[in-house]
Design a protein around this ligand. Structure first.
Ligand code: SAM
Length: 325
C-alpha cells in the first residue's frame, strides 16, 4: 500500500527526510511542493482522464505522483536521485500498481523507447514540478518529441513562465518564446508563491500549460534554419536586424541581411525582439543558407536540450537565451 501520510504537509516531508537521513539537494532542485491546493491545481491543469498515461519528471517524495496515480491509468515517473528513488519504491509509492518509477536522468532517457513501453502508443500528457535549473532543456526535449506528448503542465520559475508566454516587443520575449511557439500554445495556469515549497526557494513560481500542436505550426518550414535566424536576431538584442543577422549562427553578409529583409518587407532598423513568430517564418522562407559552420552546431545541438546552455552562454546579454533559467 502507498505511504498513508499526507506528503503535502511540511512536517511529514521533514520527518520522512530526517528519518531517511536525507537533506534536500540543491543541485537537483529539490524543493518539495507542500501545498495541497496548488498540487491539485497542477493535476487539474492536465485535464486528465482515467485512460491517460502520464509522464512525470522528478517525482521527489511522490506527492504529485500519488495524486496522478489516483486519476489516470498509468504514471511513468523519472527520478535522478538514487536516495529518493529508494524512498519512492520502498515507501511512498510501494504497492501502487499503476506507477513505474524509472531511476534515470530525464535528459538522458531514451523517450522513444521508454514512453511507449510504459505508457503505450500515441501522445500523452506530461505533468511535473521540475527542477528549475533544467527547465529549458526539459521543455525543449519534450517539445522535440511532439509525437509523444500532447499537453505539458509544468511548475516553473515565474520568470521562466514569463519567457515561455512573452509577447513580441516585451523584455520577456526571446528565443525560448519563439521556440515554444513553434510547437505549442502556451499559457499560465496559476501563480505560485515561494512559500508553497519546502525548503522555500529564492523565487516565485507559476504553473504553465503547453498545448502541443499535432501538426507543424509553419508547414514546410526548415525548422533548423528558422531557429538559426531566431538565434541570430536575439543573440545581440540591442542591435538592429541588419546588424544582428550578420552575427552567428547565421553570419550573413550585410548585403544578404539587407536584401533578405527588404524582400520580406521588414524594416532593417527594427530589433529582433519586435518580430512576431510569423514574421520570423516569413523571413526564414526567403533566407539564404547559413554562412557559418557554427549554425550547423546550433542545429545539431537543438537535439540535445541541455547543450543550448552552452550555445547561449555566449549571448551578448541576459534574457535572450534558451538556457537562462
Ligand atoms: N515532484 C516533487 C514535488 O512536487 O514535491 C519534487 C519536485 S523537485 C522541484 C524536483 C525533482 O526532480 C527532485 O526530486 C529531483 O531529484 C528531480 N530531478 C532533478 N534533476 C533531475 C533529472 N535530470 N532527471 C530526473 N529527475 C530530476
Amino acid at each position: 500500500m502507498p505511504h498513508p501520510a499526507n506528503l503535502t504537509t511540511p512536517s511529514v516531508v521533514s520527518t520522512i527526510l530526517r528519518r531517511s537521513g536525507l537533506r534536500p539537494k540543491h543541485r537537483w532542485g529539490q524543493n518539495f511542493l507542500v501545498d495541497a491546493e496548488l498540487l491539485q491545481k497542477v493535476v487539474d491543469g492536465g485535464d486528465l482522464s482515467p485512460d491517460d498515461g502520464v509522464l512525470e519528471i522528478g517525482p521527489g517524495l511522490g506527492a504529485l505522483t500519488q495524486a496522478l496515480a489516483a486519476r489516470v491509468r498509468q504514471v511513468l515517473a523519472v527520478e535522478i536521485d538514487p536516495e529518493l528513488y529508494a524512498i519512492l519504491t520502498q515507501k511512498t509509492l510501494a504497492g501502487v500498481p499503476n506507477v513505474r518509477v524509472q531511476h534515470q536522468d530525464f535528459l538522458q532517457a531514451d523517450l522513444e523507447l521508454l514512453v511507449p513501453e510504459v505508457l503505450g502508443p500515441g501522445r500523452h500528457p506530461v505533468v511535473a514540478n521540475i527542477p528549475y535549473s533544467i527547465t529549458s532543456p526539459v521543455v525543449i526535449r519534450l517539445l522535440e518529441h511532439q509525437h509523444l506528448f500532447d499537453r505539458i503542465v509544468l511548475m516553473v520559475q515565474k520568470e521562466v513562465a514569463d519567457r515561455l508566454i512573452g509577447a513580441p516587443g516585451t523584455k520577456d520575449y526571446g528565443s525560448l518564446t519563439v521556440f515554444v511557439h513553434l510547437y505549442a500554445d502556451a499559457r499560465r495556469v496559476a501563480m505560485v508563491p515561494r512559500t508553497a515549497f519546502l525548503p522555500v526557494p529564492d523565487v516565485d513560481s507559476s504553473i504553465v500549460r503547453l498545448d502541443v500542436l499535432s501538426e507543424p505550426r509553419f508547414p514546410g518550414l526548415d525548422t533548423e534554419h528558422y531557429l538559426a535566424v531566431v538565434h541570430s536576431a536575439f543573440r545581440q538584442r540591442r542591435k538592429n536586424l541588419a546588424n544582428a543577422l550578420t552575427g552567428p549562427p547565421l553570419s550573413w553578409t550585410r548585403e544578404q541581411a539587407l536584401t533578405t529583409l527588404a524582400a520580406a518587407g521588414i524594416d532593417p532598423n527594427r530589433r529582433g525582439e519586435t518580430l512576431t513568430p510569423d514574421e520570423f517564418a516569413h523571413l526564414t522562407r526567403l533566407a539564404p543558407p547559413c554562412n557559418s559552420p557554427q549554425s550547423h552546431q546550433v542545429t545539431k545541438r537543438s537535439r540535445k536540450g541541455r547543450e543550448w546552455n552552452q550555445v547561449d552562454a555566449n549571448a551578448e546579454e541576459a534574457g535572450e537565451s534558451f538556457g537562462q533559467d
